[in-house]
Design a protein around this ligand. Structure first.
Ligand code: R5P
Length: 297
C-alpha cells in the first residue's frame, strides 16, 4: 500500500483522500524556525515504498513550494521507491511562458526544482493550459473537476459561458459531458499592468440562466466583468464555477456583492474561514484523487 504524506497547505484535503482510501496520513515532522526556515523529517521507514505527497502550492506560494521540495527530498533520501507529488493547484502555472521581453518563466524554474528534488510523477488539476504537462520531464496526470461541476448543473433554459477565449476548450468538454449543452464565450481583455478586466462582447446566445466556468478565481474581476455583461444581455440567474479558489484579498466581498447568485469552487486550495461568504459552495476533489491513486499505485 502506498504511503501518503501531507504538506501544511491543504491537510483537510489530504485527510479526505486518505479516508477515501481507508488509510491514514503517514507522519511527517515539519518544524518552522524563528527565522522562517523549515526542517522536514520523515518519521517511519519508506524504504522501497511508493509514496505520495499532497501539497497545494497556493499562497503562500513560495513557502508551500519550498516545503514540497523538502518533503520530496526527505522521502528520496529515506530510500522511497517513488514519490508522486499530488499538487491539486499548481502555483506559477500562469507564468508558463514569456509574455513580455525580459520575463522569467517561473513555472519552468519550479518544475526543475521539483524534479531535482526527486519527484517521479505529478498529479494535478485543471491546468491553465493543456500544454503545461509537456514542460515536465516526468509523467504528469492532468485531472479535472469538470465532472463534479456537471453533476451540479441544471440544464433548463441555461447556457455555459467561458469568461475568456482561453476557456473554450474547457467549456466544450463540459458541454459534451452535458449532452452538448449550449455555450457562449466572452471576449475579455486584461491590462497586464493594472490587472483591470474588460468583458468586451459575448459570442453565442445568452439564456435566462448562465453558468460561468473558469479554471480559477483570483481577484474575482473576471467573474464580475463576465456576470455584468451577461446580466446586460438578459441573463437573470448567473452562477460561477471554478476549480481553484485562489482568492486574493478582498475577493469574498467582491463576489458576494456581485451579480452572481452562487460561486461554486473545489477544495484544491484550502479556503481560510475568513474568506468564506454566503454565496460560496465548496465541492471536494478528494474522491477523484483517491480513485487516481488507487488505480495507478
Ligand atoms: C485567466 O485567463 C484565468 O482563466 C482566470 O480567468 C483568471 O486567472 C481569473 O483571475 P481573476 O479572478 O483575478 O480575474
Amino acid at each position: 500500500m502506498v504511503k501518503i504524506f501531507s504538506g501544511s497547505s491543504n491537510k483537510s484535503l489530504a485527510n479526505k483522500v486518505s479516508e477515501s482510501l481507508n488509510t491514514s496520513l503517514s507522519p511527517l515532522e515539519i518544524t518552522i524556525f524563528p527565522d522562517g526556515e523549515r526542517r522536514v523529517r520523515v518519521v517511519d521507514s519508506v524504504v522501497d515504498q511508493d509514496t505520495v505527497v499532497i501539497q497545494s502550492t497556493a499562497a503562500p506560494v513560495d513557502e508551500n513550494y519550498m516545503e514540497l521540495f523538502f518533503i520530496v527530498d526527505a522521502l528520496k533520501r529515506s530510500s522511497a521507491k517513488s514519490v508522486t507529488a499530488v499538487i491539486p493547484y499548481l502555483g506559477y502555472q500562469r507564468q508558463d511562458h514569456i509574455f513580455r521581453d525580459g520575463e522569467a518563466v517561473s513555472l519552468d524554474v519550479v518544475i526543475k526544482a521539483l524534479v531535482a528534488a526527486g519527484a517521479s510523477r505529478v498529479v494535478t488539476f485543471d491546468l491553465h493550459s493543456i500544454k503545461i504537462p509537456e514542460q515536465f520531464s516526468i509523467p504528469v496526470t492532468h485531472l479535472s473537476a469538470l465532472p463534479l461541476f456537471a453533476e451540479k448543473i441544471n440544464k433548463e433554459d441555461a447556457v455555459l459561458v467561458s469568461p475568456d477565449m482561453g476557456g473554450i476548450r474547457r467549456i466544450k468538454i463540459l458541454s459534451e459531458l452535458l449532452g452538448n449543452m449550449p455555450y457562449a464565450t466572452i471576449v475579455k481583455n486584461r491590462d497586464l499592468d493594472t490587472g483591470e478586466v474588460i468583458a468586451e462582447k459575448i459570442e453565442g446566445k445568452v439564456s435566462k440562466n448562465a453558468i460561468i466556468i473558469d479554471d480559477m478565481i483570483s481577484s474575482g474581476k473576471t467573474i464580475v466583468a463576465a456576470a455584468n455583461l451577461l446580466s446586460k444581455n438578459g441573463a437573470e440567474d448567473i452562477i460561477a464555477m471554478a476549480t481553484h479558489a485562489v482568492f486574493s484579498n478582498g475577493v469574498s466581498s467582491t463576489l458576494q456583492n456581485s451579480a452572481v447568485s452562487k460561486v461554486i469552487v473545489t477544495d484544491s486550495i484550502e479556503i481560510p474561514k475568513e474568506k468564506h461568504f454566503p454565496k460560496l459552495e465548496v465541492l471536494s476533489i478528494a474522491d477523484i484523487i483517491a480513485k487516481e491513486l488507487a488505480t495507478s499505485n
